[in-house]
Design a protein around this ligand. Sequence first.
Ligand SMILES: [Zn+2]
Length: 440
Amino acid sequence: MGTPAQDKPTEDETLTSYSLSPQLAKTTFKRVDRLRKALEIIESALPATEAASFEEYTKPCLDTMISTVQSVQDENDIEAILNLIPVISPQCYYGKYVTLGLVIPFANSFRVLGTLAYRPQRAHLAPFFHKLYQSASVGIIPRSIAKETYERLLPGLSTAMKIPDAEFTPEIAPGPVLAVSDYSLNVLSVLEHSLQLGLEHVSVHLIKTVLPDLTTRRYLEKHWKQILDFVKRLVAILQRERNEAATIASRTFISVTLRKIVRALTQSFPRPRNWVRKTGNCSCGPCKALNQFLADGFKEIGRFSYAERTRRHRESHLPEHRDFNVSTERLSTPYTLVIQKTHRGYEREQTEWNTHFSQIQARFNNMQTPFLKELLGEGHSFDELYNDPERVASTQTLQPVSRSAQNARVTDPGVGAKRKLGIIDLTDDLNEPAAKESRR
Ligand SMILES: [Zn+2]
């Protein structure tokens, strides 16, 4: 038996009972859509005369329910909204506080567009706009609704829809064909639909705000295929739609992105190394001596006299075994393990870089169409970008010849082998023109 004060529920308890109560539980677009389906089933069973008056009652009912929805939770909510558009009233869809190009959501008057614009999430917005256009193009909703939605909502939300650099990773776009992510594709579709709806100013605004910055060099180096694919798709849209303003607005992004890819390629050219090698992870006494040798930038050959077991243990703790020449000298006991560092790792990197070079060059050449030339003007072929003196100068200042690199030149025993690979030995000249020569 408590006092009256104790009987009074706490604020927490009130909230719990509120959210557990089925009538008062938070309404979602999915719930409203389920109700819509149920009402449609009932309506279909009614005689025609009754059906009309039933609809008169149910439509405001759906509107009222929607006005209590406070947020878009997942992609199922987006599907639900698209299902609801044909049955709800325009006031419910657009909301009272919508002015041209700007949606101001108020807590007491959430409507569909207001809810979408409130705390916008890019993962929901791009699919929504894309699917909205698709629904309009197959006649499920009037084209005018799609157009008006694009016009009113997109300019204010495009910043939230911006494609982040992280969209260009193979984790997001798996499979043998390295395609761009679904999100990026959706954004490109929305751009194309804006043009198809005749909304030139919206499309220009999108181009200026949603395209990725691509400032992360890691992505440019590793994921250039997806990035180039994205550019190619953008160019294809511009070519299909032939809108001058959109084409002009895209020019800088396309030109800068192509330059960035070529720059990332030249910057990733493997630099010659001294004799410092990665150390192993065992910290026993004999391995310590091995690690000291591996970390020493001036020692090429290490000799270790130990009993067989220790010799084998040591050899097994050599990281990247294939990059060392390992032998056993049996002149006296205990025998001596001889480990010689090589430049095979560096040569492998060079071979990989050459493959990369050829692939990027081929893709660039493949992209060269009269339309792209017309769009970008002169100087955008792979060779022109690669030979661009401005770019070469800027990459040279970024990567001066290091002391360690010069050291590698003196002690490098593999110079002859590298020449055999058809690569000019860059230990003689670290700058771009030498790398370029090797491709001739
Ligand atoms: Zn050890």
